[in-house]
Design a protein around this ligand. Structure first.
Ligand SMILES: *Cc1c(COP(=O)(O)O)cnc(C)c1O
Length: 438
């Protein structure tokens, strides 16, 4: 164990836990009383305004966005204003927002797209759906974001775009990413699906690249069950996205009988989703502020616990959306008890938690996709072999073994809830020796 940890552990010890253990201070996993028995706040939240909005759409009969889609338009205007971009296009979900954006930027078979390995599978699926190659750049374990310093080394003559993900509502190092993109004339599509209201140097996540994509799936900080949005300042890009998402019909030709401009799909948002989002948006700022305050309070307590390291933010991240509260667990601080056992013990104490993503770059389905008939028709065996040789993300592999997540809904509670999270972790630490042997 490194010196620093020993000293920190020593310093943290006095404040770390109740002084005396009663019989019931055994770990809940071993039959003791859990630190917490009440549930954390439920999600999604429903307000009377949501019901009114949905009923209004229902009774209007205008369920489809079309030309008369006033709820979709209202949502798009409000969301563009919120993010600070010229345009917003509502989509069926976050995946289709990413898919349409890459299409509109011309990502094609043979191209390479730079992505992080620490993300939801959709970020990579949209690259595969275009028969392009996802090129993984390792993660910065301190922040859980793509390691922007390593992007330039991954660029080749085939690279077309960079898709940074603002993971957990924290923000990727956009200064470095935008500089590298400018230098190599690459498009940046921000996957801001977890980063509603997050900011980089005072500008909203999603407004910094060519396009930004959001998700309103039910787990997200702003939600309508399903839903998505593309934001951009570029007129040409939003028109191409519109046509693509509207089965080949542009805004110009939509009102004409069957007249088409380019290949497309149907990725439209319904008016029900849009109306619900407009109503939910009214509460986003307040909820975000509460998450921030609770996260800050929790991080302060957890930083005092040896072996627990909350995710850091880059200096340019001026607001974190805290879709997830992420931390790294070092088993050395817990008598060598493996992470998954720690998670089990924590859940038993009444604290929901997860170990987060597995390494996406190592998913077997990925290799199968690249060996499919379609990929083989486009890429030479040498190029596919080279892709495999380049595909190593050791920092991310390690992060996936150390990560612990608390979902955003836990941050919507009271300070007392945060204290119980810290208390449960301290309790487990005190009894880590017993835990390891169990
Ligand atoms: C949720 C999410 C998506 C996909 O959004 P859907 O609305 O579920 O399609 C994409 N990327 C990230 C990082 C996400 O968290």
């Amino acid at each position: 164990m490194p010196d620093r940890l020993t000293r920190r552990r020593f310093l943290a010890a006095p404040a770390a836990a109740p002084v005396v253990f009663a019989a019931d201070d055994r770990l809940a996993l071993h039959g003791g009383r859990p630190v917490r028995s009440e549930p954390f706040p439920s999600w999604p939240k429903v307000a009377p305004a949501d019901e009114e909005a949905l009923l209004e759409v229902l009774r209007s009969g205008q369920w489809f966005r079309g030309t008369a889609g006033r709820w979709a338009r209202r949502f798009e205007e409000a969301y563009a204003k919120l993010v600070g971009t010229k345009h917003c296009l509502a989509t069926a979900n976050g995946t289709s927002a990413l898919f349409a954006s890459l299409h509109a930027l011309g990502v094609s078979p043979g191209d390479e797209v730079i992505v992080p390995p620490y993300t939801f599978v959709a970020t990579v699926n949209v690259v595969l759906l275009h028969y392009a190659l996802p090129v993984f750049v390792d993660t910065d374990p301190e922040t859980f974001q793509i390691d922007a310093r390593k992007i330039e080394a991954a660029i080749t003559e085939h690279t077309r775009a960079i898709v940074p993900v603002h993971l957990g509502g924290n923000v990727a190092d956009m200064d470095t990413i935008l500089n590298v993109a400018r230098k190599h004339k690459l498009a940046v599509v921000e996957d801001a699906c977890q980063a509603h209201l997050a900011e980089w140097r005072g500008r909203k996540a999603g407004s910094l690249g060519e396009a930004g994509c959001f998700s309103f799936q039910v787990s997200k900080n702003l939600c309508a069950g399903e839903g998505g949005a593309i934001v951009t300042d570029r007129d040409d890009l939003i028109e191409r996205c519109f046509t693509f998402h509207n089965n080949s019909r542009s805004r110009r030709t939509e009102s004409m009988n069957f007249s088409y401009d380019a290949p497309g799909a149907n990725l439209r948002m319904t008016q029900f989703q849009a109306a619900l989002l407009v109503a939910q948006m009214a509460r986003l700022e307040e909820q975000s502020r509460r998450r921030e305050q609770n996260a800050e309070y929790l991080a302060g307590m957890l930083r005092e616990i040896p072996g627990i390291q909350p995710a850091r933010q880059y200096e340019g991240c001026t607001r974190n959306a805290f879709h997830l509260f992420m931390l790294r667990y070092d088993k050395e601080g817990f008598a060598g008890a493996p992470r998954d056992l720690f998670l089990k013990a924590l859940r038993a104490e009444g604290i929901p938690c997860s170990g987060g993503y597995r390494p996406l770059n190592k998913e077997p389905f990925l290799l199968r996709a690249l060996q499919s008939r379609g990929y083989k028709a486009i890429y030479s065996p040498e190029r596919l072999a080279r892709w495999q040789e380049r595909n190593h993300c050791p920092a991310n592999d390690r992060l996936c073994e150390e990560a612990v997540w608390f979902p955003q809904t836990m941050l919507l509670g009271e300070r007392r809830d945060m204290e119980q999270i810290a208390e449960a972790i301290r309790k487990i630490q005190k009894r880590a020796g017993e835990l390891r042997k169990s």
